[in-house]
Design a binder for this molecule. Structure first.
Ligand code: HBI
Ligand code: FE
Length: 278
């Protein structure tokens, strides 16, 4: 694994991670001993800031599962998280050096293994990083993997990804990932809440996504989601809202092959297209 992979959404800048540490499936050992006191301090500060604003903005399922990550003061050992996670849903987290190519990414999800980047941002990147780090991957993604229905959705997404790769439909399917697992909103007991990891790990986008009058919030619709472009360097201009994790799981039950065929002939929606755009 000498060469770092080229993955979607990345700039010309080479990725930060050291991919020579990775096995053929892109996983590596979590280099826990290498974290410095400053690294743990960065994690602690990010955690504190985020946890303080979860009530009223984050999904109850997320809030309930967050303590399963362990003490907030230090970057957890992934093996410790796995004891509880495997017991809860049969999922495990595995360390990776950073973003990995789509097919190995989908394969890990299909095997109920969630790849978590093991390095943490530098203090000067506290507010914004271009690549996902351990705070985004762990704090943002892992709590909901303790939810059985959501966990099954992510596995099925991985299986669908392997199929989409064979059909040349990864771009369409990646938009579903983006608008659900990364930036999804859910209606819980009549209230809007965030469940997407990109939102939950962002201090600014968490209140913005739930309360700002600016962005569009549309009911999740597979075809619309797969046709809607997205921005990776600004808050989202469109969010898709679900009513339950069961809805998400049920939506991905069928074979997407005919849908991909149909959508190939149709124009895309801009990231900020109005709800009734043609
Ligand atoms: N790799 N580590 C990592 N994390 C991701 O979220 C990720 C990835 N590689 C590819 C990828 N996401 C995207 O293709 C998703 O759209 C599926
Ligand atoms: Fe993510």
């Amino acid at each position: 694994m000498g060469q770092p992979p080229v993955v979607y959404g990345q700039s010309e800048r080479p990725p930060r991670g050291d991919y020579s540490r990775a096995h053929a499936d892109y996983t590596c050992a979590q280099n826990w001993e290498a974290y410095t006191e400053a690294d743990h301090e960065t994690y602690h500060r990010l955690y504190q800031r985020q946890v303080a604003q979860l009530p009223g903005l984050a999904s109850e399922a997320f809030i309930a599962a967050l303590p399963s990550l362990g003490a907030r003061e230090r970057i957890p050992r992934f093996d410790d998280v796995n004891e509880g996670l495997y017991r809860a849903t049969g999922w495990e987290i595995v360390a990776v050096p950073g973003l990995i190519p789509e097919v190995p990414f989908f394969q890990l999800l299909a095997d109920r293994k969630f790849p978590v980047t093991d390095w943490i941002r530098k203090p000067e990147e506290f507010e914004y990083i271009v690549e996902p780090d351990v705070f985004h991957d762990l704090f943002g993604h892992v709590p909901l993997l303790f939810n059985p229905v959501f966990a099954d959705y992510v596995q099925r997404y991985g299986e669908g990804g392997l199929k989409a790769a064979r059909l040349g439909a990864c771009e369409m399917l990646s938009r579903l990932y983006w608008y659900t697992i990364e930036f999804g909103l859910i209606r819980e007991g009549g209230n809007l809440r965030a469940y997407g990891a990109g939102i939950l790990s962002s201090a600014g986008e968490l209140p913005y996504s739930v309360t700002s009058p600016e962005p569009r919030r549309l009911p999740l619709d597979l075809a619309r989601t797969m046709r809607t472009r997205y921005k990776i360097d600004t808050y989202q201009q469109t969010y898709f809202v679900i009513d339950s994790f069961q809805q998400l799981f049920d939506l991905t039950e069928g074979d997407f092959t005919p849908l991909y065929e149909e959508l190939r002939g149709q124009p895309e929606f801009a990231a900020d297209a109005p709800a009734n755009a043609p």
